[in-house]
Design a protein around this ligand. Structure first.
Ligand code: ITT
Length: 193
């Protein structure tokens, strides 16, 4: 059976990818299961390069196919910020509360609330690297709502919906999210290869 390591330290990403996974021929491993500890390198200025960097870091240490996920929230009125800096927008890596507070204060009084979530997945196979992207458009609301999901989910309402990602059931977010769109492209690729 083919083995694939999810090159992420974010357990919420693991849950979301696993929930979408519909390929019995490929067994998914977490970093923990692959014996890798510590933060993954993330030194570039594009989602694509960072996703690949994470995947290659894990491939080099495990020899197994590896999948990196780099994601970000791009806000029109903020010239695309936080974007590739989403995880550490307020300084400390992964402090979602502080990151959302910073976004909300920068968006105070701003009438253009358009934003999009993007995920780039990089699959490192040793010989070749493949990329799969997903994107969803929506709006930044003025105050947080909901407790589900993670990261910026409480302040993002996807187009066509009234609830934030954090107010939706996990299945509902996963049915439409940027990450799921990218995962579906990866699954399609694996099915045909
Ligand atoms: P890994 O690098 O270990 O995969 P990470 O959480 O640091 O985990 P990123 O570098 O891709 O991941 O940072 C993306 C940040 O963007 C993350 O910290 C979240 O705050 C946010 N983010 C990513 N996907 C999201 C989603 O589906 N919903 C809300 N926020 C998300």
């Amino acid at each position: 059976m083919m083995e694939l390591v999810l090159a992420t330290n974010n357990p919420k990403k693991v849950t979301e990818i696993r929930a979408r996974w519909g390929n019995d021929a490929v067994r998914l491993f977490t970093l923990q299961e692959a014996g890798i500890t510590g933060e993954l390198p993330e030194t570039h200025e594009t989602l694509r390069e960072n996703a690949l960097e994470k995947a290659q870091y894990v491939y080099e240490r495990t020899g197994k196919w590896s999948l990196g996920d780099d994601s970000g929230l791009e806000i029109e009125a903020l010239d695309g910020r936080p974007g590739v800096y989403s995880a550490r927008y307020a300084g400390e890596h992964g402090n979602a509360e502080a990151n959302m507070q910073k976004v909300l204060s920068e968006m105070e009084g701003v009438s253009n609330r358009r934003a999009s979530f993007k995920t780039v997945l990089a699959l490192e196979t040793g010989d070749v690297s493949y990329f799969f992207e997903g994107e969803i458009q929506g709006m930044i609301i003025p105050e947080k709502r909901g407790t589900g999901g993670f990261g910026y989910d409480p302040i993002f309402v996807p187009d066509g919906y009234t609830q934030t990602f954090a107010e939706m059931d996990p299945e509902e977010k996963n049915a439409i999210s940027h990450r799921s769109l990218a995962v579906d492209k990866l699954l399609e690729f694996l099915k045909n290869s």
